[in-house]
Design a protein around this ligand. Structure first.
Ligand code: HSE
Length: 428
């Protein structure tokens, strides 16, 4: 039987997941593809004697993988940008196939790495963990014009919002749980500040809309300002709060944005909970399709890494990424819409003094920017509180007008804390 000889860079959660999955399902994979996966080498800064390397030779230097003529495919599972990018480039230059789970590198350097077309570089695991969304966009939906992509694409954020909702816990309490479960990035700020989701959306937008990998074009906001009470108020208004990546083709151009959003409870995306990710793609022929599955964790991510390895194996090692459209002269550099120009309905939680006339001041500040109120919640404060939250759901209003209104509201003497603004997810 043919062998595909693997060199693994990194020995963290995902690399260990890959080793474990080959140990348990390697025979099944061989039966399916006619190719036996074998571990030739494993390279990592730190040794982990407790991990079974399945016969792979250990070294501390990832460049040993490139130098070894007996390594056919290199799995870049070290993360980060510097060394990872260097490894990918030198491996490709040496004629190796490369599989990476590295969304940061692809989001920042995808155009450059894939520029020559026909590059044997695959990155299914970079977006949405186990979900085969890259293959679905590149192949399954290839006949379609994509209208929008909405994704719950950060497992840590979704896990945290779900636990905050179900257990009423505060933000800081649930972050450490997500870290302990192996969902969070090495620097969890990447998760909670939206950077990880933005890396992934950059990739989805590039593939879905045949445009460049342009991380800098995205609007990025995380979940750090969301409190358990926002989740409760949202529920009363008929919504769940989800952290969404949105890429949407509109008459004004392509919206690419990552932020928390109110999703109507009746939408399928609203019931995607915990570490589960989901990507909804709306396209002209296929209509609305929804892909859902675990978005983080060693085993789930290993499943996607090995899907790429097996694609190389099943096609007698010849499978390449589809050439990026820009290398074929067909790229449409779609105009991106500035965040300021995007209209949304908005949830506002405004902490105010509990005094007569305050609501009128708030309403008048909104009205001065032609913002119409759709719904209001104001509860009795507890006896200990001197302030009260006014929660407002606005009608559709362009971002720049809300920003101006928020500035005016913050200057009112009766407003006594930070205002929380959460956009309602657009209908598609
Ligand atoms: N930290 C990421 C997440 C891991 O929480 O989704 C998978 O990319």
């Amino acid at each position: 039987m043919n062998k595909l000889r693997i060199g693994i860079a990194g020995l963290g959660t995902v690399a260990q997941g890959v080793l474990h999955l080959i140990a348990t399902n390697g025979d099944l994979m061989a039966k399916r593809t006619g190719v036996q996966l074998s571990i030739q080498r494993v390279a990592s800064r730190t040794t982990k004697p407790e991990v079974d390397l399945l016969g792979g030779v250990f070294s501390n230097n990832v460049h040993d993988l490139v130098a070894d003529p007996d390594v056919d495919v290199i799995l870049e599972l070290i993360g980060g940008e510097g060394l990872a990018k260097e490894l990918i480039e030198s491996a490709l230059a040496a004629g190796k196939r490369v599989v990476t789970a590295n969304k940061a590198v692809i989001a920042a350097h995808g155009d450059q790495l894939l520029a020559s077309g026909n590059v044997p570089l695959r990155f299914e695991a970079a977006v949405a963990g186990a979900i085969p969304i890259i293959q679905s966009l590149n192949q399954g939906l290839a006949a379609n014009r994509i209208e929008s992509i909405y994704g719950i694409i950060n497992g840590t954020c979704n896990y945290m919002l779900t636990v905050m909702e179900e257990e009423g816990l505060a933000f800081d309490q649930v972050l450490s749980q997500a870290q302990a479960l192996g969902y969070a990035e090495a620097d969890p700020a990447f998760d909670i500040e939206g950077v990880d989701a933005a890396h992934k959306l950059t990739i989805l937008a590039a593939l879905g809309f045949a445009t460049s990998y342009d991380f800098s074009a995205l609007y990025v906001e995380g979940i750090t300002q969301i409190a358990a009470e926002d989740i409760q108020y949202a529920q009363e208004l008929g919504f769940k709060i989800k952290h969404l990546g949105i890429a949407r083709n509109t008459d004004a151009g392509l919206e690419t944005r990552v932020h928390p959003a109110l999703v109507p409870t009746s939408e399928l995306l609203a019931s995607v909970n915990g570490v589960m990710n989901a990507v909804q793609v709306v396209s002209d022929a296929a209509g609305e399709t929804l892909f859902s599955g675990p978005g983080a964790g060693g085993a789930a991510t290993a499943s996607a890494v090995l899907a790429d390895v097996l694609t190389f194996a099943a096609t007698n090692f010849s499978e390449r990424e589809p050439s990026p459209p820009e290398s074929q002269g067909t790229a449409t550099q779609i105009q991106r819409v500035a965040m300021d120009a995007i209209p949304s309905a908005c949830y506002l939680r405004i902490p105010t003094l509990d005094q007569p006339g305050v609501f009128a001041q708030v309403a008048s500040a909104l009205s001065a920017h032609s913002i119409s109120i759709e719904a209001v919640i104001q509860k009795e404060p507890s006896s200990a509180d001197t302030s009260v939250s006014i929660v407002i759901l606005t009608d559709m209003v362009v971002e720049s007008a809300v920003n101006a209104a928020l500035k005016d509201l913050a200057e009112l003497a009766a407003v006594v804390g930070n205002i929380t603004r959460i956009r309602v997810a657009p209908t598609h």
